[in-house]
Design a binder for this molecule. Structure first.
Ligand code: A5P
Length: 230
């Protein structure tokens, strides 16, 4: 049986090997990104490299603080040298991603958009099939009138489901907004779909990441592969 955590850890460690002394880093969110934050903390402690980092969620910020990784923000830093983040689904042909099942898509996209390089760490399960065939696209929306936004998205051909927390109330992001998980099925043209939904009133951001990933690091039973965008 494949140990999913071992694969996540292997991809994370390969990405953290890209970190150089003095870099400004973007730290992603999710279980795979958490392995990267842990590996970064180890490298800093063992090798004495110094970096500063911008986290994409309160959870990642807390983990980074616990490892003494210095955190900064966009007040003092205009751009990020390298962001390391996970993904929910990856299209290897177009380097398009679905992100946000962990709820941090808005901050993740802001950080990715400010990054010179974005290394996406996944196991092989995330690269299987056509984008959207296994994973809904999370869309962060304004809470006011969310039902109206939901209907507008559904008019584009998706089933848009309000994400709920364990207690049955709407799941609210770090930014204070609800999320619709939008089931479109296989997405033939991710860039066109991202544009159409981004333009809808009430939509803050979508979990379709187009043109942001520069490197995909995939861990599988055969080893770890790094594919860079040409
Ligand atoms: C967080 O909002 C997401 O974009 C995560 O990066 C994504 O869900 C991957 O998470 P896992 O590494 O836990 O699968």
């Amino acid at each position: 049986m494949i140990d999913a955590d071992a694969l996540k850890c292997a991809a994370a460690e390969r990405a953290v090997a890209l970190v150089e002394d003095g870099m400004v880093l973007g730290l992603g969110t999710g279980s795979t990104a958490a392995f990267a934050v842990a590996a970064l903390g180890r490298r800093m402690a063992e090798e004495g490299i110094k970096v500063v980092a911008i986290p994409t969620s309160e959870a990642t910020a807390a983990q980074a603080r616990s490892l003494d990784i210095p955190l900064v923000d966009f007040t003092t830093h205009r751009s990020i040298d390298l962001t390391i983040d996970g993904a929910d689904a990856v299209d290897l042909d177009g380097f398009a991603l679905i992100k946000g099942l962990g709820g941090a898509l808005l901050r993740e996209k802001i950080v990715a958009s400010a990054s010179k390089r974005m290394a996406v760490i996944v196991d092989t399960s995330k690269t299987a099939g056509v984008l959207g065939s296994r994973t809904p696209v999370p869309v962060e929306i304004v809470g006011f009138g969310w039902q109206s936004t939901q209907r507008r998205i559904e008019a584009l051909g998706a089933e848009a489901v309000l994400r709920l927390a364990a207690d049955g109330t709407p799941r609210i992001t770090d930014g204070g907004n609800p999320i619709l998980d939008c089931h479109f099925g296989p997405i033939a043209e991710p860039a066109a779909l991202a544009e159409r939904r981004k333009g809808l009133v009430g939509v803050i951001e979508t979990g379709l990441f187009i043109g942001l990933a520069t490197d995909i690091i995939i861990a599988g039973t055969e080893g770890v592969q790094l594919i860079s965008r040409s």
